[in-house]
Design a protein. Structure first.
Length: 863
């Protein structure tokens, strides 16, 4: 009745952050006798180099391919089993003894030396026998008696009381079928054949105040079924029962275990090794019976080490389940990793092979996902459940423990391609990390209990030997002392009937003795009573102490629970913080991307703004330039317009004047006719005056019939007099060539008086020529006397004076010279006025048009 059992802290969630990568080792086996070409070279104690064999090189266009792979350590062909063990498995065994779990597996293609590495051969024991040996060498003296530890069927371990254990032991001894049959000895190698005693290893730091016990299980996974190789099935030679497969379960600490799997308690390396061979034998038999290929199965040898502290006295194992620690080391010899096509498997064998490959594939996938999760902080589900092998070892990867892998390679060229795949898997595996196991707390008893107990026992036997004979408890010493304290009895031989000395003396002596006896009885009773009371007192003391301890245990349990809860909480928070960190990281990255974008956009914006600015200023410049051109053109045109208006006015006036004159002449004819027909009716002076006034304006050749034939007045040269008529509207053209008539009467408007005095008339008339230049016409005529006494002018002659711009003429010439066919090509264009008009026209029509191009402005894009 040692109180309630508190749950062992589950190793499921490691509270430590420390992680170790999976230790991957590489072992290169020697080439076989018939193999010649080698494709592997060990180039350092951590690196190997693979080179493609000749045949393959040719296939790949002669491409010379060499690849290097690094490992925690590389073991060359000369490596002994002992050296390999010291590097690879020894630390795992040490961990096992210190309550930490370990997993060691061999990986490689068939024939690469996995089994040789794990099991070995006589004289060359592999990792398994060596591990067993080291375990027993270390805990040998501290092993508990058989059946003290007893596995429950839930992957846990109980401590039996001594009586039950003893009964179990007796039962075992009475059974004759103890697996120490001489028949197996002959065929299977014994442990002694595997390892020589001088190679023995021993772990340090074994807790002497604990008691240990080793249990082994041996299973085989074939075609994704689990078989117990140690299960004792009654052998039926007539109808052998096919082996029953086992299932995996999860225990209360979330560890996976094979439900109902035999766990054999072994007390020595020899015994353990014998059990191993028993399993091997069963495996061989099953393989032959069921026509299976052993290279296609995974074999798992599980060494469980149970340890519990000795009680305070140091003589029995503390019967408290919560104090029992169980650690295990799994030694796995995996199936050959080669692809199915390599072996000539057919039908169901092929399917099986597929499944086996499947389990290795799942292993690879799990490792891949684990690595990705760990490296990228993702939380992808690892598909452990997809195969039994990975499911069984799930705890090692997501719980805690040490995982090591020995990659076995055969350097022969035939294996090159498969070896390449093995190497890739190995490289990937090295990147996976597994939580480092934590140290477990030791129980609260004082250290050195076992030694003290041993010393006490030694002392006791020593004393017993001294006193001679086994007498109960302390009585021999006390009795002897008491016997010695009595006086010897006087001689009690009676000499005769009258001897009355002897008897009284004897009586006296006896009475004395009786008295002493009574005294002693009294003393004894007194002491006994005292002792009783003391014992009672002690008892009650003990009881209260026990109560106290009970109470403390309860509290401890609560505290444990609290600690566990807090640990869980911490775990949760840690996970959360990791997640958040990851998120922050992502956000940071996103921000960076956005910032980069922003910067580039800003840059672009700036450059665009600059371009816009440039274009704007360009536009402004162009605008001012255009404005200049427009005002220039406008000014020019205004001037031109004014000039043309003036000329037109002049022309119109002249026309008016001519018409007036004609009218006047007509009138004169009419009036003259009247005077001839009706003499008395003479034109009034007034009317004549008006007519005369009218006739002043020069008129073109008279349309009406003249009364008398026209004849020129005879006059001598120089005797003629001119009326020089220059209308006020005429523009002063600043010309050199000017009509200069001597003795002329200059008038702005012709009058009768001037005409009567002269016989010649000249009108200076300005008008536009066809080319737009002003030309001056001198319209000459002769003055006649009309019958009515008035004057008439008959125009006879016109002289034309024309001004020409020589610059324009020369330009015309030039342009005509450049013409390809001698024609003045751009005549219209080179003319100043046309050009202006075109420019203006362009300005009016389209805001910016081809007119600009004609003016020689640089070509530009339309906005
Ligand atoms: P696997 O288990 O990988 O199929 P084995 O362990 O059965 O391969 O090895 C095949 C053969 O090669 C065996 O005969 C074994 O003795 C031999 N062998 C393997 N590795 C070595 C080694 N390192 N040194 C010597 N022989 C070896
Ligand atoms: Mg093998």
């Amino acid at each position: 009745m040692k109180g309630k059992t508190t749950r062992r802290p589950p190793p499921k969630k490691p509270s430590n952050n420390q992680k170790d990568p999976v230790g991957v080792y590489c072992r290169v086996r020697p080439l076989g006798a018939e193999d010649e070409e080698c494709c592997i070279e060990v180039i350092s104690n951590t690196t190997i180099q693979l080179h493609a064999p000749d045949g393959l090189k040719a296939n790949r266009n002669g491409e010379f391919k060499e690849t290097q792979y690094s490992f925690k350590k590389v073991f060359g062909i000369k490596t002994t089993q002992r050296e390999l063990f010291a590097d690879v498995a020894k630390p795992l065994v040490e961990d096992l003894i210190h309550c930490k779990n370990g997993l060691l597996f061999t990986y490689g293609v068939t024939g690469s030396g996995k089994t040789y590495t794990m099991t070995g051969s006589p004289g060359q024991g592999g990792l398994l026998p060596r591990s067993l040996d080291m375990i027993f060498n270390s805990i040998g003296p501290y092993q508990a008696k058989r059946y003290v530890f007893k596995p429950d069927d839930k992957n846990g371990m109980e401590v039996q009381n001594q009586v039950d254990a003893l009964l179990d032991r007796q039962k075992r001894d009475s059974q004759t079928s103890v697996p120490k049959t001489p028949t197996t000895r002959r065929t299977d190698p014994e442990f002694a054949d595997m390892i020589s005693p001088e190679e023995a290893c021993k772990a340090g730091g074994v807790d002497e105040d604990s008691s240990y016990s080793v249990f082994v299980s041996y299973i085989e996974i074939y075609n994704n079924y689990i078989y117990d190789l140690l299960e004792e099935t009654p052998f039926d030679p007539i109808k052998p029962k096919p082996p029953q497969s086992k299932i995996l379960r999860e225990d209360q600490n979330h560890n996976m275990y094979v439900a109902g799997c035999t766990e054999v308690e072994v007390k020595s390396t020899e015994e353990a090794f014998e059990v191993f061979w028993r399993g091997q034998k069963k495996r061989r038999i099953a393989n032959t019976q069921l026509n299976r290929e052993s290279s296609r199965s995974h074999s798992v040898f599980i060494i469980k080490l149970a340890q519990a502290p000795l009680d305070a006295d140091g003589d029995t194992v503390l019967q408290d389940k919560s104090q029992v620690n169980v650690s295990q080391l799994c030694l796995v010899d995996l199936a050959g990793s080669e692809r199915t096509s390599r072996t000539r498997a057919e039908g169901s064998r092929l399917r099986e092979a597929g499944n086996i490959n499947q389990s290795l594939m799942t292993l690879r996938t799990c490792i891949e996902v684990l690595r990705e999760n760990q490296m990228c902080g993702t939380n992808k589900m690892v598909p452990y459940r997809d195969s039994k092998v990975t499911h069984l070892f799930k705890n090692y990867f997501d719980g805690e423990g040490k995982v090591r892998m020995v990659v076995c390679v055969n350097p022969k060229a035939d294996d090159y391609e498969e070896t390449l795949l093995v190497m890739r898997f190995a490289e990937m595996t090295q990147e996976v990390e597994v939580a480092r196991p934590v140290d477990r707390p030791i129980c609260g008893f004082a250290a050195g209990r076992r030694q003290r107990n041993q010393a006490f026992k030694d002392e006791l036997t020593h004393r017993l030997e001294e006193r001679g004979g086994p007498v109960d408890g302390e009585s021999p010493t006390v009795l002897n002392q008491l016997l010695q304290s009595f006086h010897p009895l006087p001689p009690c031989e009676i000499s005769g009937p009258n001897d009355d000395v002897t008897l009284p003396r004897l009586i006296e002596a006896l009475e004395k003795r009786h008295k002493i006896r009574q005294m002693m009885v009294e003393e004894y009773n007194k002491t006994a009573n005292m002792l009783k009371s003391v014992l009672q007192e002690q008892d009650s003391n003990l009881l209260s102490k026990e109560n106290f301890i009970q109470e403390q245990r309860g509290r401890l349990g609560e505290k444990d629970k609290m600690i566990q809860n807090q640990k869980n909480e911490i775990d949760r928070l840690e996970k959360k913080s990791k997640m958040l960190e990851y998120k922050i990281d992502i956000l940071q990255k996103t921000t960076n991307i956005y910032e980069e974008d922003k910067r580039s956009l800003q840059h672009e914006l700036e450059s665009r703004e600059q371009r816009l600015q440039r274009e704007m200023s360009e536009k402004r410049r162009m605008e001012t330039r255009m404005q200049g051109i427009v005002t220039d053109a406008k000014l020019k045109w205004e001037k031109e317009c004014e000039r043309r208006v003036n000329a037109k006015q002049l022309e119109m006036q002249n026309k008016l004047w001519v018409k007036d004159e004609k009218l006047k002449q007509l009138k004169a004819i009419v009036t003259e006719g009247k005077t001839e027909n009706r003499q008395p009716q003479r034109p009034s002076r007034e009317k004549d005056k008006v007519a005369a006034k009218r006739s002043v304006s020069p008129s073109p050749v008279p349309t009406g019939p003249l009364v008398r034939p026209l004849h020129r007045r005879s006059h001598s040269a120089g005797g003629e007099r001119w009326v020089d008529h220059k209308p006020t509207t005429n523009v002063d053209l600043d010309t050199v060539l000017q009509p200069n008539i001597p003795n002329a009467i200059k008038v702005n408007a012709p009058n009768e008086k001037a005409l009567s005095k002269c016989d010649k008339y000249v009108l200076t008339h300005q008008e536009f020529a066809s080319d737009g230049e002003i030309q001056t016409k001198l319209i000459k005529g002769e003055v006649f006397k009309t019958r009515g006494g008035g004057q008439a002018v008959q125009f006879t002659d016109i002289e034309t004076l024309k001004q020409e711009n020589p610059l324009a003429a020369s330009r015309k010439r030039r342009s005509s010279e450049t013409g390809p066919d001698g024609e003045p090509m751009e005549r219209n264009w080179t003319d100043v006025e046309t050009r202006c008009s075109v420019a203006v026209e362009m300005r009016a029509g389209s805001s910016l048009g081809p007119g600009y191009q004609h003016h020689g402005y640089p070509k530009r894009r339309k906005p």
